[in-house]
Design a protein around this ligand. Sequence first.
Ligand code: 13P
Length: 296
Amino acid sequence: MSAALVGINGFLHEGLKKRIVLADVSKSREIRRFLVSLPILMTKRTPIIGGNWKMNTDLESGMLLAGAVADQFDSCDCCDVVIYPPFLYLQAVDSVIGQSMVSLGAQDIWHASNGAFTGEISADMLKEIGVTSVLVGHSERRHVLGESEVLIAKKMKTSLASGFQTVLCVGETLEERESGNTLSVVLGQVTSGLEGVSASQMESVIIAYEPVWAIGTGKTASPEDAQSVHKEIRECVRGLYDEIVADTLRIQYGGSVKPDNAAELFASPDIDGALVGGASLSADSFNAIVAASCKS
Ligand code: 13P
């Protein structure tokens, strides 16, 4: 999946072809820094599949689900797998996924470190119980709970400063798509969410493109439509940062991803995995989506 050829001077010089390196750069900073020093390099982004359970499961079913995912992927190194249970079950789920390849994620974070914020959860609290990945700006938080771009940008900064892998979720509503505003909305959300985020912090950023009209509706963006938005997001990030940041950034697709549509989405060059809602609530369907990403 997602091989990107990067030429520092924008072209592949015959004499430098020998120095092309094929490597998975998303897991190792050392390898990444080494590659940056080469004039020409080829990067392969490791797919990342997230299971966003939203406000679903109970303690027992959540632990069973996490166990069934962890059992399947206790030694998977072809992709990254993260599950995002409800806050209340994080600790229990952590005890189940243990030393497996499955990482623990939180569906949200609060931007302040402590204080009078009734109902909120801080970065330190998440860290203490083993969370390594955080979702920020999910469309349900933007559109159902009214989170603003300003709040989302604050959460991004706090999450990154606290060392979490941070997934910035973006996506247009049906109305915005039908009025021809998909790119201005999505790229506006990307730009505003990344404000103040440094190039080195971008190593911990994932972007999830989740068209709001495709979430929980059974309507998936076609692989062509999704690919074209993903490509624009990557170009936007190239403009905000540089070639390396853009070409190593992983961009997940989300919105009614299922075992039967995952493979064709993952075949697109700029789709680096999925953020899965409904289908992550069954180990069989989630594991099938993970398996599809490994084959891409
Ligand atoms: P569905 O897969 O249920 O459409 O949800 C997608 C989503 O919102 C993941 O964050």
